[in-house]
Write a protein that binds this ligand. Structure first.
Ligand SMILES: CC(C)(COP(=O)(O)OP(=O)(O)OC[C@H]1O[C@@H](n2cnc3c(N)ncnc32)[C@H](O)[C@@H]1OP(=O)(O)O)[C@@H](O)C(=O)NCCC(=O)NCCS
Length: 168
């Protein structure tokens, strides 16, 4: 992780983030809910602008000399009764995995949660995504259950494991 830096995303990152999202969501292992059809650059830029203005969401990127290699997205629940909960999404470019980037981004997520008054981080992960489940469990996330037929991907309905981390 020494050669990488983490920073907040800016609207000018939109093209690089679309490229990353399209690459990871097109991998044949189907790691992500999205299947290749990532939002376009204009939509991504608008989303990043909105996130920059909001205290309830954040996008962080990891970069090295060559560009952006990973992304973390966080968003607080919109319902007042669960405003202490935020959802997270994570991806690392295929050529940069197993170097501690995922773990560092989870540490960043916890730091943001503390600053933002978030007490619980949650995420959905496909049951076949063993690398991600291992990372989350090793970090301290716990399984809260399985959501049956929760996501439509490639014309099929897939289960998702709901995992959560208590922020102290
Ligand atoms: C899951 C993902 C984010 C992990 O990122 P990463 O930067 O490779 O993770 P790290 O290097 O920080 O790994 C931390 C620990 O997680 C576990 N882990 C990560 N990848 C693993 C793998 N392929 N197999 C087994 N354990 C794995 C290991 O315990 C690892 O520690 P170690 O390398 O010291 O053994 C990355 O593989 C990825 O982006 N996958 C595609 C997108 C995705 O699945 N996103 C999550 C959707 S819920």
């Amino acid at each position: 992780m020494n050669t990488y830096t983490i920073r907040r995303a800016i609207p000018a990152d939109a093209a690089a983030l679309v490229e990353l999202g399209r690459a990871v969501s097109s991998e044949p292992e189907a790691w992500l809910i999205t299947e290749g059809d990532w939002r376009n650059v204009g939509e991504e830029r608008r989303y990043l602008r909105a996130v920059r203005r909001s205290p309830h969401a954040a996008v962080f990127v990891v970069e090295n000399g060559g560009g952006i290699v990973a992304r973390l997205s966080l968003a607080r629940d919109s319902h007042p009764a669960s405003a202490h909960v935020a959802d997270l999404g994570l991806m690392v470019a295929a050529g940069h995995r197993r170097r501690g980037i995922g773990r560092s981004l989870l540490e960043q997520a916890v730091a943001w949660a503390r600053e933002s008054g978030i007490e619980k981080l949650e995420l959905h992960v496909f049951p076949h995504n063993e690398p991600a489940i291992k990372l989350y469990e090793q970090f301290g996330f716990e399984r809260e259950g399985t959501r049956r037929n929760h996501f439509r991907r490639g014309g099929r309905l897939l289960d998702a494991v709901l995992m959560a981390y208590r922020v102290d």
